[in-house]
Design a binder for this molecule. Sequence first.
Ligand SMILES: Nc1ncnc2c1ncn2[C@@H]1O[C@H](COP(=O)(O)OP(=O)(O)OP(=O)(O)O)[C@@H](O)[C@H]1O
Length: 224
Amino acid sequence: MSNPVVSLRGLKRSFHQGDVTIEVLRGVDLDIMPGEIVALLGPSGSGKSTLLQAVGLLEGGFTGSIAIAGEEASKMVSDERTRLRRENLGFVYQFHHLLPDFNARENVVMPQMVAGVSRQQADVRADELLTSLGLGHRLDHRPSQLSGGEQQRVAVARALANRPNLVLADEPTGNLDEHTSDRVLAQFLDLVRGEGSAALVATHNERLAAKMDRVVRLHDGRLD
Ligand SMILES: Nc1ncnc2c1ncn2[C@@H]1O[C@H](COP(=O)(O)OP(=O)(O)OP(=O)(O)O)[C@@H](O)[C@H]1O
């Protein structure tokens, strides 16, 4: 059997403020297999974003083991972590952080160029992804000329541009109304499945979580 795309063992994270220590993650264990889409549920403040930051190799301060595609990241120096992140991970946030001066296509092209893909190939991939998300008629629009749901779909295309093994999504449809949120999430899940990526998706929403392959819950700093 293949390696998990992510394997966490005994992951811990505390924050210190003055004399107060908040133990947010108190020993999280989690394996996600290739192609598996996992919903991460938990109330506000339970540590969902903190957990995604750990898996995304974006922040230090964690103890325990974080393996991405079989490579242990916790002892890596920053350059190695960046390489591991670029080779394996894609990100979607609640607020899309698209580049405002670039159009939809260019926003999806940019991460590919950073990864060394030619402009021509990157354009083809961007158009393919955006078209499959129903944005074939919006390729030349800038973010300010797109609706919230359209902007979020561009962010989804950008996250998948470099064919990540794992997509990390933090409330990916949290800023959209219910109808748009359902539609964008369905398109997100279809695309991730079609691409064969795994995903870890933080949400408050039980109904959206039920559409994924598996649900894990953060409770008292651990996963139930
Ligand atoms: N940089 C920080 N410094 C101090 N405390 C922090 C920091 N980041 C997070 N926390 C605390 O850690 C806890 C978990 O935060 P986190 O954002 O991971 O929760 P969450 O489950 O994603 O919440 P939400 O659903 O509201 O986004 C909170 O109590 C928060 O105040």
